[in-house]
Design a protein around this ligand. Structure first.
Ligand SMILES: CC(C)(COP(=O)([O-])OP(=O)([O-])OC[C@H]1O[C@@H](n2cnc3c(N)ncnc32)[C@H](O)[C@@H]1OP(=O)([O-])[O-])[C@@H](O)C(=O)NCCC(=O)NCCSC(=O)C[C@@](C)(O)CC(=O)[O-]
Ligand SMILES: NC(=O)C1=CN([C@@H]2O[C@H](COP(=O)(O)OP(=O)(O)OC[C@H]3O[C@@H](n4cnc5c(N)ncnc54)[C@H](O)[C@@H]3O)[C@@H](O)[C@H]2O)C=CC1
Length: 419
Protein backbone atom coordinates (compact mmCIF):
# COMPACT_ATOMS: atom_id res chain seq x y z
CA UNK A 1 0.00 0.00 0.00
CA UNK A 2 1.23 3.49 -0.83
CA UNK A 3 2.43 5.25 2.31
CA UNK A 4 0.69 8.38 3.52
CA UNK A 5 3.75 10.52 2.81
CA UNK A 6 4.02 9.14 -0.72
CA UNK A 7 0.49 10.26 -1.66
CA UNK A 8 -0.41 13.59 -3.25
CA UNK A 9 -1.80 16.26 -0.93
CA UNK A 10 -5.29 15.70 -2.35
CA UNK A 11 -5.06 11.92 -1.87
CA UNK A 12 -3.86 12.38 1.72
CA UNK A 13 -6.87 14.53 2.50
CA UNK A 14 -9.23 12.09 0.78
CA UNK A 15 -7.78 9.24 2.84
CA UNK A 16 -8.37 11.21 6.05
CA UNK A 17 -11.93 11.95 4.93
CA UNK A 18 -12.58 8.28 4.18
CA UNK A 19 -11.10 7.28 7.53
CA UNK A 20 -13.42 9.84 9.20
CA UNK A 21 -10.47 11.73 10.67
CA UNK A 22 -11.89 14.73 8.80
CA UNK A 23 -15.55 15.55 8.34
CA UNK A 24 -16.80 17.03 5.03
CA UNK A 25 -16.40 20.63 6.21
CA UNK A 26 -12.88 20.11 7.61
CA UNK A 27 -11.91 18.30 4.41
CA UNK A 28 -13.13 21.23 2.29
CA UNK A 29 -11.31 23.79 4.44
CA UNK A 30 -8.03 21.86 4.26
CA UNK A 31 -8.42 21.12 0.55
CA UNK A 32 -9.16 24.75 -0.29
CA UNK A 33 -5.86 25.69 1.34
CA UNK A 34 -7.62 28.82 2.41
CA UNK A 35 -5.96 31.85 3.87
CA UNK A 36 -7.27 33.88 6.77
CA UNK A 37 -10.20 35.92 5.42
CA UNK A 38 -8.87 39.35 4.35
CA UNK A 39 -10.97 41.31 6.83
CA UNK A 40 -9.89 39.16 9.77
CA UNK A 41 -6.22 39.33 8.80
CA UNK A 42 -6.42 43.11 8.48
CA UNK A 43 -7.86 43.37 11.97
CA UNK A 44 -5.60 40.79 13.61
CA UNK A 45 -2.33 42.71 13.32
CA UNK A 46 -1.25 46.25 12.60
CA UNK A 47 0.00 47.61 9.26
CA UNK A 48 -1.10 44.36 7.65
CA UNK A 49 0.38 43.88 4.18
CA UNK A 50 -0.25 40.30 3.19
CA UNK A 51 -0.24 36.77 4.63
CA UNK A 52 2.76 34.57 5.17
CA UNK A 53 2.17 30.88 4.66
CA UNK A 54 3.91 27.97 6.40
CA UNK A 55 3.07 24.37 5.47
CA UNK A 56 1.05 22.15 7.76
CA UNK A 57 1.63 18.39 7.98
CA UNK A 58 0.35 15.57 10.11
CA UNK A 59 1.65 13.19 12.72
CA UNK A 60 -0.33 10.05 12.08
CA UNK A 61 -1.69 7.74 14.73
CA UNK A 62 0.09 8.97 17.80
CA UNK A 63 -0.89 6.92 20.83
CA UNK A 64 -1.26 9.06 23.95
CA UNK A 65 -2.82 7.73 27.15
CA UNK A 66 -4.35 4.89 25.10
CA UNK A 67 -6.04 7.29 22.66
CA UNK A 68 -4.96 7.55 19.02
CA UNK A 69 -4.56 11.11 17.68
CA UNK A 70 -3.82 12.68 14.30
CA UNK A 71 -1.82 15.80 15.23
CA UNK A 72 -1.21 18.81 12.97
CA UNK A 73 2.26 20.38 12.85
CA UNK A 74 2.99 23.74 11.23
CA UNK A 75 6.67 24.23 10.49
CA UNK A 76 9.02 25.60 7.87
CA UNK A 77 11.69 22.95 8.64
CA UNK A 78 12.03 19.77 6.58
CA UNK A 79 12.23 16.46 8.48
CA UNK A 80 10.54 17.66 11.69
CA UNK A 81 7.26 15.99 10.70
CA UNK A 82 8.94 12.84 9.37
CA UNK A 83 10.88 12.61 12.64
CA UNK A 84 7.76 12.96 14.78
CA UNK A 85 6.00 10.33 12.65
CA UNK A 86 8.94 8.01 13.03
CA UNK A 87 8.82 8.31 16.83
CA UNK A 88 5.01 8.06 16.89
CA UNK A 89 5.21 4.77 15.03
CA UNK A 90 8.03 3.45 17.20
CA UNK A 91 6.27 4.42 20.42
CA UNK A 92 2.91 3.02 19.31
CA UNK A 93 4.56 -0.38 19.03
CA UNK A 94 5.69 0.15 22.63
CA UNK A 95 2.43 1.26 24.24
CA UNK A 96 2.60 4.91 23.25
CA UNK A 97 3.15 8.05 25.31
CA UNK A 98 1.83 8.56 28.82
CA UNK A 99 1.24 12.19 29.60
CA UNK A 100 0.14 13.97 32.76
CA UNK A 101 -0.93 17.54 32.15
CA UNK A 102 -1.17 19.98 35.04
CA UNK A 103 -3.04 23.20 34.63
CA UNK A 104 -3.23 25.39 37.71
CA UNK A 105 -3.52 28.83 36.11
CA UNK A 106 -1.38 31.78 35.15
CA UNK A 107 0.64 34.14 37.36
CA UNK A 108 0.16 37.90 37.45
CA UNK A 109 2.62 40.31 39.05
CA UNK A 110 1.71 43.67 40.60
CA UNK A 111 5.04 45.35 41.33
CA UNK A 112 5.81 48.45 43.40
CA UNK A 113 9.28 50.02 43.37
CA UNK A 114 11.31 52.16 45.74
CA UNK A 115 9.18 51.82 48.84
CA UNK A 116 10.75 52.74 52.18
CA UNK A 117 8.62 50.76 54.60
CA UNK A 118 8.60 47.52 52.62
CA UNK A 119 7.66 45.16 55.47
CA UNK A 120 4.78 47.34 56.61
CA UNK A 121 3.43 47.75 53.07
CA UNK A 122 3.78 44.02 52.45
CA UNK A 123 1.67 43.35 55.56
CA UNK A 124 -0.86 45.94 54.39
CA UNK A 125 -1.33 44.06 51.11
CA UNK A 126 -1.73 40.77 52.99
CA UNK A 127 -4.35 42.37 55.25
CA UNK A 128 -6.42 43.35 52.19
CA UNK A 129 -6.66 39.87 50.66
CA UNK A 130 -10.46 39.95 50.64
CA UNK A 131 -10.64 43.35 48.89
CA UNK A 132 -8.02 42.15 46.38
CA UNK A 133 -10.09 39.04 45.63
CA UNK A 134 -13.21 41.21 45.16
CA UNK A 135 -11.36 43.60 42.82
CA UNK A 136 -10.01 40.67 40.80
CA UNK A 137 -13.44 39.09 40.47
CA UNK A 138 -15.01 42.41 39.48
CA UNK A 139 -12.29 42.92 36.86
CA UNK A 140 -13.24 39.72 35.00
CA UNK A 141 -16.63 38.41 36.13
CA UNK A 142 -17.00 36.00 33.19
CA UNK A 143 -14.06 33.86 34.35
CA UNK A 144 -15.54 33.72 37.86
CA UNK A 145 -18.83 32.55 36.32
CA UNK A 146 -16.88 29.76 34.59
CA UNK A 147 -15.50 28.63 37.95
CA UNK A 148 -12.11 30.32 37.57
CA UNK A 149 -10.53 33.59 38.70
CA UNK A 150 -8.06 34.56 41.42
CA UNK A 151 -7.02 31.51 43.46
CA UNK A 152 -3.97 32.55 45.42
CA UNK A 153 -2.13 35.69 46.51
CA UNK A 154 1.54 35.83 47.56
CA UNK A 155 3.42 38.92 48.70
CA UNK A 156 7.20 39.00 48.30
CA UNK A 157 9.95 41.57 48.83
CA UNK A 158 12.42 41.38 45.92
CA UNK A 159 16.02 42.62 46.11
CA UNK A 160 15.11 44.74 49.18
CA UNK A 161 13.62 47.30 46.80
CA UNK A 162 10.54 45.89 45.15
CA UNK A 163 7.26 44.77 46.56
CA UNK A 164 5.60 42.10 44.48
CA UNK A 165 2.08 40.75 44.74
CA UNK A 166 1.79 37.51 42.77
CA UNK A 167 -1.70 36.51 41.71
CA UNK A 168 -2.44 32.94 40.63
CA UNK A 169 -5.47 33.07 38.33
CA UNK A 170 -7.38 30.03 37.13
CA UNK A 171 -7.99 30.94 33.48
CA UNK A 172 -9.99 27.76 32.68
CA UNK A 173 -9.74 26.93 28.95
CA UNK A 174 -8.01 30.21 28.01
CA UNK A 175 -4.27 30.88 28.02
CA UNK A 176 -5.32 33.92 30.00
CA UNK A 177 -2.68 36.57 29.32
CA UNK A 178 -5.16 39.37 28.64
CA UNK A 179 -7.36 38.14 31.45
CA UNK A 180 -4.51 38.15 33.98
CA UNK A 181 -3.25 41.52 32.77
CA UNK A 182 -6.70 43.01 33.23
CA UNK A 183 -7.04 41.53 36.73
CA UNK A 184 -3.48 42.60 37.70
CA UNK A 185 -4.03 46.18 36.54
CA UNK A 186 -7.32 46.45 38.42
CA UNK A 187 -5.71 45.08 41.60
CA UNK A 188 -2.88 47.58 41.08
CA UNK A 189 -5.42 50.41 40.98
CA UNK A 190 -7.01 49.15 44.20
CA UNK A 191 -3.63 49.11 45.94
CA UNK A 192 -2.41 52.50 44.67
CA UNK A 193 -3.90 54.65 47.48
CA UNK A 194 -2.77 52.11 50.12
CA UNK A 195 0.82 51.96 48.91
CA UNK A 196 0.85 55.70 48.19
CA UNK A 197 1.95 55.30 44.60
CA UNK A 198 0.86 53.44 41.47
CA UNK A 199 2.51 50.13 40.63
CA UNK A 200 5.64 50.11 38.52
CA UNK A 201 3.87 47.52 36.42
CA UNK A 202 1.06 44.99 36.51
CA UNK A 203 1.54 42.11 34.05
CA UNK A 204 1.44 38.35 33.80
CA UNK A 205 4.57 36.26 34.23
CA UNK A 206 5.28 33.78 31.47
CA UNK A 207 7.07 31.59 33.99
CA UNK A 208 4.63 28.70 34.45
CA UNK A 209 6.03 25.90 36.67
CA UNK A 210 2.43 25.40 37.86
CA UNK A 211 1.46 24.22 34.36
CA UNK A 212 4.08 21.53 33.86
CA UNK A 213 3.16 18.64 31.59
CA UNK A 214 5.11 15.40 31.91
CA UNK A 215 5.35 12.99 28.97
CA UNK A 216 6.92 9.55 29.33
CA UNK A 217 7.73 6.85 26.80
CA UNK A 218 9.09 3.36 27.45
CA UNK A 219 10.66 1.52 24.54
CA UNK A 220 11.80 -2.10 24.42
CA UNK A 221 15.43 -1.79 23.31
CA UNK A 222 14.94 -4.41 20.59
CA UNK A 223 12.64 -2.01 18.73
CA UNK A 224 15.58 0.39 18.32
CA UNK A 225 17.70 -2.06 16.35
CA UNK A 226 19.24 -0.66 13.13
CA UNK A 227 20.90 -2.59 10.28
CA UNK A 228 24.29 -1.96 11.92
CA UNK A 229 23.59 -1.54 15.64
CA UNK A 230 21.88 -3.72 18.24
CA UNK A 231 18.89 -2.08 19.91
CA UNK A 232 20.60 -2.13 23.31
CA UNK A 233 23.59 -0.30 21.85
CA UNK A 234 21.31 2.38 20.31
CA UNK A 235 19.53 2.76 23.67
CA UNK A 236 22.84 3.10 25.54
CA UNK A 237 23.99 5.75 23.07
CA UNK A 238 20.73 7.71 23.52
CA UNK A 239 21.25 7.55 27.31
CA UNK A 240 24.81 8.85 26.82
CA UNK A 241 23.49 11.64 24.60
CA UNK A 242 21.03 12.60 27.33
CA UNK A 243 23.77 12.53 29.99
CA UNK A 244 26.00 14.69 27.80
CA UNK A 245 23.19 17.25 27.40
CA UNK A 246 22.85 17.35 31.20
CA UNK A 247 26.61 17.89 31.53
CA UNK A 248 27.20 20.35 28.70
CA UNK A 249 25.36 23.65 28.39
CA UNK A 250 26.03 24.07 24.65
CA UNK A 251 24.52 20.67 23.94
CA UNK A 252 21.54 21.27 26.27
CA UNK A 253 20.48 24.23 24.11
CA UNK A 254 20.41 22.10 20.94
CA UNK A 255 18.82 19.16 22.75
CA UNK A 256 15.98 21.50 23.77
CA UNK A 257 15.79 23.01 20.28
CA UNK A 258 15.04 19.52 19.00
CA UNK A 259 12.18 19.27 21.52
CA UNK A 260 10.89 22.71 20.54
CA UNK A 261 10.81 21.61 16.86
CA UNK A 262 7.73 19.59 17.68
CA UNK A 263 6.30 21.77 20.43
CA UNK A 264 6.35 25.02 18.44
CA UNK A 265 4.86 23.28 15.39
CA UNK A 266 1.80 21.99 17.31
CA UNK A 267 1.41 25.23 19.27
CA UNK A 268 1.37 27.13 15.95
CA UNK A 269 -1.16 24.72 14.44
CA UNK A 270 -3.48 25.41 17.38
CA UNK A 271 -3.21 29.19 16.96
CA UNK A 272 -1.42 29.68 20.28
CA UNK A 273 1.31 32.07 21.34
CA UNK A 274 4.61 30.36 20.48
CA UNK A 275 6.70 33.02 22.26
CA UNK A 276 4.86 32.43 25.51
CA UNK A 277 5.53 28.69 25.31
CA UNK A 278 9.18 29.14 24.28
CA UNK A 279 9.92 31.59 27.10
CA UNK A 280 8.15 29.36 29.65
CA UNK A 281 10.03 26.27 28.41
CA UNK A 282 13.49 27.85 28.48
CA UNK A 283 12.86 29.53 31.86
CA UNK A 284 11.85 26.13 33.24
CA UNK A 285 15.00 24.60 31.75
CA UNK A 286 17.01 27.20 33.70
CA UNK A 287 15.01 27.09 36.94
CA UNK A 288 17.92 25.69 38.98
CA UNK A 289 20.07 28.67 37.99
CA UNK A 290 21.81 26.83 35.18
CA UNK A 291 20.29 25.68 31.90
CA UNK A 292 19.36 21.98 31.55
CA UNK A 293 17.70 19.66 29.05
CA UNK A 294 13.93 19.45 29.35
CA UNK A 295 14.07 15.68 28.83
CA UNK A 296 16.08 12.76 30.21
CA UNK A 297 16.67 9.25 28.89
CA UNK A 298 17.60 6.29 31.08
CA UNK A 299 17.89 2.53 30.71
CA UNK A 300 15.66 0.35 32.85
CA UNK A 301 16.68 -3.24 32.13
CA UNK A 302 15.70 -3.92 28.52
CA UNK A 303 13.76 -0.65 28.23
CA UNK A 304 14.78 2.83 27.18
CA UNK A 305 12.70 5.31 29.17
CA UNK A 306 12.39 8.95 28.16
CA UNK A 307 10.70 11.70 30.09
CA UNK A 308 9.98 15.31 29.16
CA UNK A 309 8.82 17.96 31.60
CA UNK A 310 7.71 21.24 30.13
CA UNK A 311 5.35 24.02 31.17
CA UNK A 312 2.59 24.48 28.59
CA UNK A 313 0.38 27.44 29.44
CA UNK A 314 -1.75 27.16 26.31
CA UNK A 315 -5.36 28.01 25.56
CA UNK A 316 -8.14 26.27 23.70
CA UNK A 317 -10.12 29.52 23.42
CA UNK A 318 -9.33 33.23 23.30
CA UNK A 319 -6.61 35.21 21.59
CA UNK A 320 -6.81 34.68 17.85
CA UNK A 321 -7.79 30.99 18.13
CA UNK A 322 -11.47 31.56 17.50
CA UNK A 323 -10.97 33.81 14.50
CA UNK A 324 -8.31 31.93 12.54
CA UNK A 325 -10.21 29.21 10.67
CA UNK A 326 -7.26 26.82 10.49
CA UNK A 327 -6.58 26.98 14.24
CA UNK A 328 -10.17 25.98 14.94
CA UNK A 329 -10.27 23.30 12.24
CA UNK A 330 -7.01 21.80 13.50
CA UNK A 331 -8.28 21.63 17.07
CA UNK A 332 -11.47 19.99 15.85
CA UNK A 333 -10.07 17.23 13.67
CA UNK A 334 -7.26 16.48 16.15
CA UNK A 335 -9.87 16.20 18.91
CA UNK A 336 -7.93 18.81 20.87
CA UNK A 337 -10.57 21.31 21.91
CA UNK A 338 -9.82 20.66 25.56
CA UNK A 339 -6.63 22.41 26.73
CA UNK A 340 -5.53 19.36 28.73
CA UNK A 341 -5.65 17.19 25.58
CA UNK A 342 -3.73 19.91 23.74
CA UNK A 343 -1.06 19.88 26.46
CA UNK A 344 -0.86 16.08 26.23
CA UNK A 345 -0.41 16.19 22.45
CA UNK A 346 2.13 19.02 22.52
CA UNK A 347 4.28 17.32 25.16
CA UNK A 348 4.11 13.94 23.40
CA UNK A 349 5.17 15.49 20.10
CA UNK A 350 8.00 17.32 21.91
CA UNK A 351 9.31 14.05 23.36
CA UNK A 352 8.82 12.29 20.02
CA UNK A 353 10.88 14.98 18.25
CA UNK A 354 13.61 14.58 20.84
CA UNK A 355 13.62 10.78 20.50
CA UNK A 356 13.87 10.84 16.70
CA UNK A 357 16.62 13.46 16.74
CA UNK A 358 18.70 11.61 19.38
CA UNK A 359 18.26 8.27 17.65
CA UNK A 360 19.38 9.83 14.36
CA UNK A 361 22.34 11.60 16.02
CA UNK A 362 23.72 8.50 17.74
CA UNK A 363 23.22 6.17 14.76
CA UNK A 364 23.40 7.53 11.19
CA UNK A 365 24.04 11.16 12.15
CA UNK A 366 21.54 13.93 11.51
CA UNK A 367 22.52 14.67 7.93
CA UNK A 368 21.35 11.40 6.38
CA UNK A 369 17.65 11.61 7.24
CA UNK A 370 17.34 15.35 7.65
CA UNK A 371 19.33 16.35 4.57
CA UNK A 372 17.51 13.80 2.44
CA UNK A 373 14.34 15.77 3.11
CA UNK A 374 16.14 19.12 3.10
CA UNK A 375 17.29 18.33 -0.47
CA UNK A 376 13.72 18.98 -1.66
CA UNK A 377 14.01 22.54 -0.39
CA UNK A 378 17.48 22.84 -1.93
CA UNK A 379 16.16 21.59 -5.28
CA UNK A 380 13.41 24.21 -5.24
CA UNK A 381 15.89 26.89 -4.18
CA UNK A 382 17.95 25.95 -7.24
CA UNK A 383 14.87 26.54 -9.41
CA UNK A 384 13.63 22.96 -9.96
CA UNK A 385 9.97 22.63 -10.94
CA UNK A 386 7.51 19.71 -11.05
CA UNK A 387 9.22 16.40 -11.76
CA UNK A 388 12.61 18.10 -11.63
CA UNK A 389 12.21 18.35 -7.82
CA UNK A 390 12.28 14.59 -6.98
CA UNK A 391 14.87 14.08 -9.73
CA UNK A 392 17.21 16.69 -8.27
CA UNK A 393 16.51 15.52 -4.71
CA UNK A 394 17.71 12.06 -5.69
CA UNK A 395 20.76 13.41 -7.53
CA UNK A 396 21.75 15.49 -4.49
CA UNK A 397 21.32 12.47 -2.25
CA UNK A 398 23.94 10.50 -4.16
CA UNK A 399 26.34 13.47 -4.63
CA UNK A 400 29.40 13.49 -2.41
CA UNK A 401 28.80 17.13 -1.51
CA UNK A 402 25.45 18.82 -1.97
CA UNK A 403 24.94 22.55 -1.85
CA UNK A 404 23.11 25.24 -3.82
CA UNK A 405 25.85 25.63 -6.44
CA UNK A 406 25.92 21.89 -7.11
CA UNK A 407 22.12 21.78 -7.28
CA UNK A 408 22.07 24.64 -9.79
CA UNK A 409 24.79 23.01 -11.89
CA UNK A 410 22.97 19.64 -11.96
CA UNK A 411 19.71 21.32 -12.92
CA UNK A 412 21.35 23.32 -15.69
CA UNK A 413 22.96 20.14 -17.07
CA UNK A 414 19.63 18.34 -17.01
CA UNK A 415 17.91 21.20 -18.80
CA UNK A 416 20.61 21.12 -21.49
CA UNK A 417 19.86 17.41 -21.89
CA UNK A 418 23.25 16.34 -20.55
CA UNK A 419 21.82 14.39 -17.60
C1 LIG B 1 13.82 11.41 8.83
C2 LIG B 1 13.89 10.06 9.55
C3 LIG B 1 12.56 9.77 10.25
C4 LIG B 1 14.19 8.96 8.55
O1 LIG B 1 14.49 7.78 9.27
P1 LIG B 1 14.51 6.37 8.58
O2 LIG B 1 14.82 5.35 9.60
O3 LIG B 1 15.38 6.43 7.36
O4 LIG B 1 13.03 6.27 8.14
P2 LIG B 1 12.28 5.20 7.27
O5 LIG B 1 12.33 5.66 5.85
O6 LIG B 1 12.74 3.83 7.62
O7 LIG B 1 10.79 5.39 7.85
C5 LIG B 1 10.50 5.12 9.22
C6 LIG B 1 9.27 5.92 9.61
O8 LIG B 1 9.61 7.32 9.71
C7 LIG B 1 8.50 8.09 9.21
N1 LIG B 1 8.90 8.78 7.96
C8 LIG B 1 10.03 8.58 7.25
N2 LIG B 1 10.07 9.41 6.19
C9 LIG B 1 8.94 10.15 6.23
C10 LIG B 1 8.41 11.18 5.41
N3 LIG B 1 9.04 11.63 4.34
N4 LIG B 1 7.22 11.71 5.77
C11 LIG B 1 6.55 11.28 6.87
N5 LIG B 1 7.01 10.31 7.66
C12 LIG B 1 8.20 9.75 7.36
C13 LIG B 1 7.37 7.10 8.92
O9 LIG B 1 6.59 6.92 10.08
C14 LIG B 1 8.15 5.85 8.59
O10 LIG B 1 7.41 4.68 8.74
P3 LIG B 1 6.53 4.14 7.47
O11 LIG B 1 5.34 5.01 7.43
O12 LIG B 1 7.41 4.28 6.25
O13 LIG B 1 6.22 2.73 7.83
C15 LIG B 1 15.04 10.03 10.60
O14 LIG B 1 16.26 10.20 9.93
C16 LIG B 1 14.92 11.08 11.67
O15 LIG B 1 14.07 11.00 12.54
N6 LIG B 1 15.82 12.05 11.66
C17 LIG B 1 15.79 13.15 12.61
C18 LIG B 1 15.23 14.35 11.92
C19 LIG B 1 15.11 15.54 12.82
O16 LIG B 1 15.26 15.49 14.01
N7 LIG B 1 14.86 16.68 12.19
C20 LIG B 1 14.77 17.94 12.85
C21 LIG B 1 15.72 18.90 12.20
S1 LIG B 1 17.32 18.78 12.92
C22 LIG B 1 17.13 19.80 14.32
O17 LIG B 1 16.55 20.82 14.20
C23 LIG B 1 17.39 19.43 15.74
C24 LIG B 1 18.52 18.64 16.24
C25 LIG B 1 18.65 17.35 15.51
O18 LIG B 1 19.72 19.36 16.11
C26 LIG B 1 18.20 18.38 17.70
C27 LIG B 1 19.26 17.64 18.44
O19 LIG B 1 20.47 17.81 18.13
O20 LIG B 1 18.91 16.94 19.43
N1 LIG C 1 3.24 37.93 27.87
C1 LIG C 1 2.32 37.30 27.13
O1 LIG C 1 2.38 36.09 26.94
C2 LIG C 1 1.17 38.08 26.54
C3 LIG C 1 0.32 37.46 25.67
N2 LIG C 1 -0.78 38.11 25.17
C4 LIG C 1 -1.73 37.50 24.25
O2 LIG C 1 -2.92 37.23 24.99
C5 LIG C 1 -3.71 36.29 24.29
C6 LIG C 1 -4.30 35.27 25.25
O3 LIG C 1 -5.01 35.96 26.28
P1 LIG C 1 -6.39 35.38 26.82
O4 LIG C 1 -6.72 36.13 28.06
O5 LIG C 1 -6.31 33.89 26.90
O6 LIG C 1 -7.38 35.69 25.64
P2 LIG C 1 -8.69 36.58 25.59
O7 LIG C 1 -8.39 37.99 25.92
O8 LIG C 1 -9.31 36.32 24.26
O9 LIG C 1 -9.59 35.99 26.76
C7 LIG C 1 -10.19 34.74 26.71
C8 LIG C 1 -11.64 34.85 26.25
O10 LIG C 1 -12.21 33.59 26.10
C9 LIG C 1 -13.48 33.56 26.72
N3 LIG C 1 -13.80 32.17 27.06
C10 LIG C 1 -14.73 31.41 26.43
N4 LIG C 1 -14.80 30.18 26.94
C11 LIG C 1 -13.90 30.14 27.94
C12 LIG C 1 -13.48 29.12 28.82
N5 LIG C 1 -14.02 27.91 28.81
N6 LIG C 1 -12.49 29.40 29.68
C13 LIG C 1 -11.90 30.61 29.71
N7 LIG C 1 -12.26 31.63 28.90
C14 LIG C 1 -13.26 31.40 28.02
C15 LIG C 1 -13.31 34.52 27.89
O11 LIG C 1 -14.55 35.01 28.32
C16 LIG C 1 -12.47 35.62 27.25
O12 LIG C 1 -13.29 36.52 26.57
C17 LIG C 1 -2.83 35.66 23.25
O13 LIG C 1 -3.17 36.20 22.00
C18 LIG C 1 -1.43 36.15 23.65
O14 LIG C 1 -0.59 36.23 22.52
C19 LIG C 1 -1.06 39.39 25.55
C20 LIG C 1 -0.23 40.06 26.40
C21 LIG C 1 0.98 39.50 26.93
Amino acid sequence: MTKFYELSREARLKQLLNAEVLDEMQYKILLANQQIPAEIANNMVENQLTQYAIPEGLVRNMLINNQVYQIPLVTEEPSVIAAANYAAKLSTNNGGFHVEAHRDGLLGQVVFADINDLEQKAQMIKDHAVEIKDAADAAYPSIVNRGGGLKKQTVTIVAERFLKLTLLVDTKAAMGANMVNEISEKVGQLLTPMIGQPPLMAILSNHAPQDVTTATVRLAVDTLTTPTLAGLEVAKRIVQASAFAHADFERAVTHNKGIMNGITAVVTAYGNDTRAIASAAHAFAARSGSYHPLSSWILEGQFLVGQLQVPLPIGAVGGSIGIVPMARTNQEFARAKDPVIMQQQIAAVGLASNLAALRALVTDGIQKGHMNLQFKALAMQAGAKGTEIPWLQHKLKVEKHANLEIAQRLLAEKRKGNL
